[in-house]
Design a protein around this ligand. Structure first.
Ligand code: PXP
Length: 252
């Protein structure tokens, strides 16, 4: 097996919760999605508990932590509120991300260089509970070195710029990620990557030998909605015509 074939997939189930929260009902349940992901071969489950609770709720984090037998990557801003929750959840890993209320999704990596003393103390509180700490950063040399200096175990390199750039910049953006991965690994950091990866752009990133895990959410949820659409319509029509269907519970 070549090295890149063993790269791990962390499935982010935030947008299953987005769909639920859009209606304020109990379905679809991110825990059910996490369990399906496990059966499909996912290596971990990612949830981002945002300050505004726009998708994942506190109970989702606890349910998935106790109900799904996969390592949890708990994404959060480096705030006092989230630290308290993380220390109760005790996930396998916490990934510290920047967070702005008005953004649609995480924009840009966390600036480690500018908050080294805050992050050093924050990271050591998590590590005291044996929680691994990952920092979501742009693939920049200064941010990678600072991540190492503040005691991170893992860096997650932001692939958003690569995912969104035009064809002309694709190779240079990919090279930034390659070089970032190489430097991170040289410093002894585990290297993950994610954001904006989809079915057309993932292969070149997955081929970077230093990468241990890719965290992917939006495109998987989006594809699932379409690949499952035929079956969902078909089942509803059958039910309306008197068929008995095995229910998934929760209205589905
Ligand atoms: N990694 C991090 C740190 C993220 O914040 C996100 C988005 O929540 C992802 C990975 C997944 O990104 P996407 O949903 O675009 O696959």
């Amino acid at each position: 097996m070549t090295e890149h074939q063993s790269i791990e997939l962390g499935v982010n189930v935030d947008h299953i919760a987005t769909l639920r929260q859009a209606r304020g009902v109990s379905y679809p349940d991110p825990m059910q999605a996490a369990e399906i992901a496990r059966k499909a071969g996912a290596d971990g489950i990612t949830v981002h508990l945002r300050e505004d609770r726009r998708h994942i709720q506190d109970f989702d984090v606890f349910n998935i932590r106790s109900g799904v037998e996969l390592p949890m990557n708990f994404e959060m801003a480096a705030t006092a509120e989230m630290l308290e929750i993380a220390l109760k959840v005790e996930p396998y890993e916490c990934c510290l991300v920047p967070e702005k209320r008005e953004e649609l999704t995480t924009e840009g990596g966390l600036n480690i260089v500018d908050q080294q003393s805050h992050l050093s103390a924050y990271i050591s509180s998590l590590k005291q509970k044996n929680i691994k700490v990952s920092l979501f950063i742009d693939p920049d040399e200064s941010q990678i070195r600072a991540s190492h200096d503040v005691g991170a175990d893992i860096v997650e390199l932001h692939t958003g710029t690569y995912a969104e750039c035009d064809e002309r910049s694709r190779e240079s953006e990919l090279n930034r990620i390659r070089q970032g991965a190489e430097l991170s690994a040289k410093l002894g950091l585990q290297v993950n990557a994610g954001h904006g990866l989809h079915y057309q752009n993932v292969a070149s990133v997955a081929a970077i030998p230093e990468l241990k895990c890719l965290n992917i959410g939006h495109s998987i949820v989006a594809r699932a909605a379409l690949t499952g659409f035929y079956e969902a319509v078909f089942a509803m029509k059958q039910l309306m015509n008197g068929a008995r269907l095995e229910s998934e519970g929760n209205g589905l």
